[in-house]
Structures are given as structure tokens and as C-alpha cells.
Ligand binder design. Structure first.
Ligand code: ZN
Length: 43
């Protein structure tokens, strides 16, 4: 799951798909983190 860097829509890509937003054509997608939040303790 990715978020478009331009229109902020959520984009799902298959492994073979090019990295590109299908809504606006923007080529920068931000990787979404899965819902599970990993907490890392500092120290
Ligand atoms: Zn977009």
C-alpha cells in the first residue's frame, strides 16, 4: 500500500506494476506502513 505524493490517495500496486499513481500519474509514492505498529524502545 502506497500513498501518492501528490494527491495523497492510497494506491495499491502489484509487484509488477510501475511506481506511478493511477489517479494523477505522479511518480512518487510513499510507502505506507502496515497497521501493526512496532514500538521500539529507545534504550
Ligand atoms: Zn496521485
Amino acid at each position: 500500500m502506497y500513498t501518492c505524493g501528490s494527491c495523497k490517495k492510497q494506491v495499491t500496486l502489484k509487484p509488477d506494476d510501475p511506481i506511478r499513481c493511477p489517479f494523477c500519474g505522479y511518480k512518487l509514492l510513499i510507502k505506507e506502513r502496515p497497521k501493526v505498529s512496532k514500538r521500539v524502545k529507545a534504550r
